[in-house]
Design a protein around this ligand. Structure first.
Ligand SMILES: Cc1cc2nc3c(=O)[nH]c(=O)nc-3n(C[C@H](O)[C@H](O)[C@H](O)COP(=O)(O)OP(=O)(O)OC[C@H]3O[C@@H](n4cnc5c(N)ncnc54)[C@H](O)[C@@H]3O)c2cc1C
Length: 466
């Protein structure tokens, strides 16, 4: 059923993991990487002894952090990115649906997305590299259409007001306006909708990551193909406080030849995506006492994206539809294809993360009937392919974790974005650069998203995690 994981003629695919967007296989990506497509150099295994900034994880978040630090301070900071999987076969970035929306219920999330739209629109100005073709991330401008059940209508109206106050262009539509504008929608159980008029849409995640990497390498960032396997500590003056006397000093990087290298750093940025908690644990976060008691609440959560062909759906006039149930459907290209998905409604429904298998029964039994009920044209749709990927899921409040750890202040987090990290990568990278270069936020104040909230119990709940 999954055509996108097929081999490209040069041998069997190492994984049946299709790439988001244009469905190229992980094998083809691997081949491109190995052949050194374009000028993007392959990451080396030559580990320097020290660096100012060590970034763990070279996905879109780590690469954005590297970009902003070097872009703002080209000569002042050495930046090393450590990535264990240079083909990103399991990285959230590569398996993302690529969506950008301004319609969040938390103001900072709206601001981060608005900044992303501006950056993506002007990507060539930001990420072009001399003697290379300018980056093209395939920004499809198309608004999200959130549909609200009667019980959520008031909250939706408040959100739309707040979004517009922040400069987003979002309009609230009554049920009759929806019926007139989208006659192909079944509006049973819907009270109203909110439609993004500007800046929303989707991009190709791989193209964004590739553009960041290419730019970063041109700015002098070093990408290392290796895995962080441990940290080394210095002992602070002994006050008999156990782990609290330890100061992070260096990372131990295992390269593919099996050798281990120590690299000292001034600051280490945890951009480990779905695996960020493993990186935190190596610093004894969650394994010590006092502030070190609290683990980083980020873990992989498997999500499925289904690609279906529906010749009868209205294509160009089809917004990125978010059903009140959390089901989403959007156009993919112009050939009658759509992508569809839905996060589980409860913890009990969370899929097993032990493999990357796609649950096709879920599609047949729940997803397809739900999308066909909302858009009856999908009764005649046909599943073409599907993929599974891990959300970098913050189990505490499904939101970003940023800023220094309260004890290990040399570890700065940039993780836990739970399904909106692609669009927020740009603003998060800039914010981390502000913390490092300016010692505080200069643009969007993200201090509410610091680790302290797990200690002080101040969750920041976003209303819709789709
Ligand atoms: C199915 C799906 C759909 C999504 N849809 C959207 C969407 O529409 N819009 C949106 O904004 N976001 C979306 N997201 C979320 C978004 O993709 C992620 O939030 C974002 O890509 C996270 O980027 P990252 O760099 O933190 O993580 P990743 O891309 O996972 O990168 C982390 C990297 O860290 C590396 N790493 C981890 N530990 C180590 C170590 N010890 N040593 C060396 N390297 C290490 C890993 O190999 C990995 O490459 C989606 C995600 C999925 C899975």
């Amino acid at each position: 059923m999954d055509s996108s994981g097929s081999s490209d003629g040069g041998g069997p695919p190492p994984e049946r993991i299709p790439r988001a967007g244009k469905y190229r296989s992980a094998w083809k990506i691997l081949k491109e990487e190995v052949e050194g497509i374009g000028s993007m150099k392959r990451p080396g295994t030559d580990v320097p002894r020290e660096t100012d900034v060590l970034i763990i994880g070279g996905g879109v978040i780590g690469s954005s952090v590297a970009y902003w630090i070097k872009e703002r301070n080209p000569k002042g900071s050495n930046v090393v990115v450590v990535e264990r999987d240079p083909v990103y076969s399991r990285a959230a970035t590569m398996l993302s649906a690529g969506g950008i929306r301004h319609q969040f219920s938390i103001p900072e999330n709206v601001q981060l997305s608005m900044f992303a739209s501006e950056f993506f629109t002007n990507i060539k100005e930001h990420l072009s590299v001399i003697h290379e073709s300018p980056p093209d991330i395939g920004f499809n401008h198309q608004g999200y259409l959130f549909l609200a059940a009667p019980r959520d209508a008031q909250k939706m109206a408040e959100n739309v007001y707040m979004q517009n106050e922040l400069g987003a262009r979002v309009v609230l539509l009554t049920k009759s306006q929806l019926a007139e504008k989208y006659p192909w929608l079944n509006l049973d159980g819907v009270e109203c909708g909110s439609l993004g008029l500007e800046g929303e849409g989707w991009i190709d995640p791989w193209s964004l990551l590739r553009a960041f990497k290419q730019k970063n390498i041109s700015l002098g960032t070093k990408y290392i193909h290796g895995e962080l396997v441990d940290f080394e500590f210095l002992t602070k003056q002994d006050h008999g406080a156990g782990d609290r006397n330890l100061r992070l000093d260096s990372g131990v990087i295992r390269t593919k030849d099996g050798r281990e290298h120590e690299i000292r750093f001034s600051v280490v940025i945890n951009c480990g995506g779905p695996w960020a908690a493993d990186v935190a644990e190596m610093a004894k976060i969650g394994l010590g006492d006092e502030e070190l008691v609290y683990p980083l609440p980020v873990e992989p959560r498997k999500r499925f994206v289904y690609v279906t062909h529906c010749p009868d759906a209205p294509m160009l006039d089809f917004p990125f539809v978010i059903d009140p149930s959390g089901l989403y459907v959007r156009r993919e290209g112009y050939g009658g294809n759509y992508i569809v998905g839905k996060s589980p409604a409860s913890e009990e429904e969370e899929p097993d993360i032990g493999n990357f298998e796609v649950d096709y029964d879920l599609y047949d039994e729940q997803i397809w009937p739900a999308v066909a009920s909302r858009v009856p044209a999908f009764n005649k749709s046909k599943l073409k392919s599907a993929w599974a990927g891990y959300y970098d899921y913050n189990t505490y409040d499904q939101n970003l974790v940023i800023g220094p750890h309260p004890y290990h202040r040399q570890m700065v987090f940039a993780c836990g974005l739970s399904g909106h990290g692609l669009q927020h990568s740009v603003g998060v990278g800039r914010a981390v650069s502000e913390l490092i270069l300016d010692t505080d936020y200069q643009t969007i104040d993200l201090s509410r998203f610091h680790f302290d909230r797990f200690i002080n119990n101040t969750a920041i709940e976003e209303q819709k995690i789709v």
